[in-house]
Design a protein around this ligand. Structure first.
Ligand code: NIG
Ligand code: FE
Length: 431
């Protein structure tokens, strides 16, 4: 059974090599017009003129795209979507001059989400996360990496990862699960009689083997930052994670430069994320590596930092950059991926094509999926987004707006109901 997407006004394909784009390649979003897309068994089988496709597939079901913009669905390669209550009180504290790390030192921040998550059942967390992921989907995202990391005990981390598995069964979105038991040192291991060394032993000897045994995660991540995990501790945890078959990610050099980006390159991590405080040596190390530099401009905006990762320096040095939302209750409570495109252009000084490639192909590379999704080309997963826009530059331009009409994942509807043969009416409400 073939489906044809026809009457596309402007098509962003991001077609090209099945790996992260860097240098000049980053700016080639593969813009096309006058072509439609044929999809069968969840994959793209042809991109050609509408009339040619209609002749080749006379029995196909048609979806009329109304002369609008079609892009690959966004790959949001960094989220913390499994949490309980929101943390709006901290936003006001920061406005009053109390910093993110100071809030954590007072037992708030991540610790506050940990206390809350530990009181909740798996069913409760599932019910909370489901509409959040639907909201992410409603803004054009078709793949979401989801981290645990607000449990910080064996049982609560496994509970969080099992919720991700249930969400994957319940939603058409593609989810990539990441174990982030090393998000913080839990408070009970920061004071006698327990020690941080005992928590590291729990992570390495108990939690990682249990996560691997149940096949609950594809990646392991760690918050490598002064005041949280040191570079040496991060190396130990990530080396153990790799031995259990997990690929690696780091929260790296988010607030202070500490050599976390260098560690990511050294250890062959799939991505190093945040990087607002990366050093020049860190930039050089990432540029010389295969590690994707994942930039999270929403986080710096929401924290009121007035500082962003040095995106242009990373690009100029030859690093591969991706964009993600960092959706989480503390530092980036947004589901609006197009807003990340706005920040990428206005704050990181990318052009719209660079931002789109960073949000799709390079996001896919940041979750190890660049050969499978993130571009609209023959053989790739049919993960598409249809927009109430005509030009790709409108996506970063209409900032904070909701312009996603519909998405498809593996060729099946994900967000927005679209009847075959009709142009879907622009969605007013994200849900
Ligand atoms: O990516 N930096 C560490 N982790 C999250 C924030 C988590 C939180 O504050 O709840 C981040 O920004
Ligand atoms: Fe994060």
């Amino acid at each position: 059974m073939t489906t044809l997407f026809t009457n596309i006004g402007s098509l962003v394909t991001c077609a090209g090599a099945p790996h992260a784009r860097r240098g000049d390649e980053l700016g080639d979003a593969g813009l096309r017009s006058g072509v439609g897309i044929a999809v069968a068994d969840g994959r793209i089988t042809a991109i050609d003129a509408d009339a040619t496709l209609q002749r080749a597939y006379p029995q196909a079901t048609g979806i009329d795209c109304g002369g609008r913009l079609v892009t690959p669905g966004f790959v949001d390669s960094h989220t913390h979507a499994i949490f309980g209550k929101p943390r709006h009180e901290e936003q006001e504290l920061r406005a009053a001059g109390v910093g993110y790390m100071e809030i954590a030192a007072r037992g708030g921040g991540i610790h506050s989400s940990v206390r809350d998550l530990r009181t909740r059942t798996e069913d409760d967390l599932f019910a909370l996360a489901l509409p959040r992921l639907r909201r992410l989907a409603a803004h054009g995202t078709t793949t979401v990496e989801v981290k645990s990391g607000y449990g910080l005990s064996l049982e609560d981390e496994l509970k969080s990862l099992r919720v991700i598995r249930r969400l994957q069964d319940a939603l058409p979105l593609r989810l990539i699960p990441t174990f982030l038991g090393a998000h913080e040192i839990p408070l009970e291991y920061r004071a006698a009689p327990r020690t941080r060394e005992e928590y590291l032993a729990l992570l390495i000897d108990v939690m990682l083997p249990a996560v691997a045994r149940e096949g609950l995660a594809r990646f392991a991540d760690i918050f490598c930052e002064p005041g949280v995990y040191t570079v040496d501790e991060s190396r130990r945890v990530l080396t153990a994670a790799r031995a259990h078959g997990l690929a690696l990610k780091l929260h790296a050099d988010e607030l202070e430069p500490a050599g976390a980006a260098e560690l990511a390159a050294e250890i062959g991590a799939t991505s190093a994320d945040h990087l607002a405080a990366i050093s020049e040596a860190g930039v050089r190390a990432l540029a010389a590596s295969e590690t994707v530099a994942t930039l999270l401009p929403g986080t710096m905006l929401f924290l009121g930092k007035g500082k962003q990762a040095p995106a242009r320096a990373l690009i100029d040095a030859g690093a591969a950059i991706a964009l993600a939302s960092d959706f989480n209750p503390g530092t980036s409570p947004t589901v609006n991926f197009p807003l990340m495109l706005t920040l990428a252009v206005s704050q990181l000084r990318l052009n719209a094509s660079e931002a789109l490639v960073a949000a799709t192909v390079n996001g896919a590379a940041a979750v190890g999926g660049a050969g499978e999704f993130g571009q609209l080309a023959h053989g790739f997963s049919a993960d598409l987004a249809l927009w109430d826009a005509e030009d790709h530059r409108e996506l970063p331009y209409w900032y904070g707006d909701h312009r996603c009409i519909a998405t498809w994942v593996r060729g099946s509807p994900c967000h927005g109901a679209v009847a075959a043969g009709t142009f879907p009416s622009p969605a007013g409400d994200p849900l």
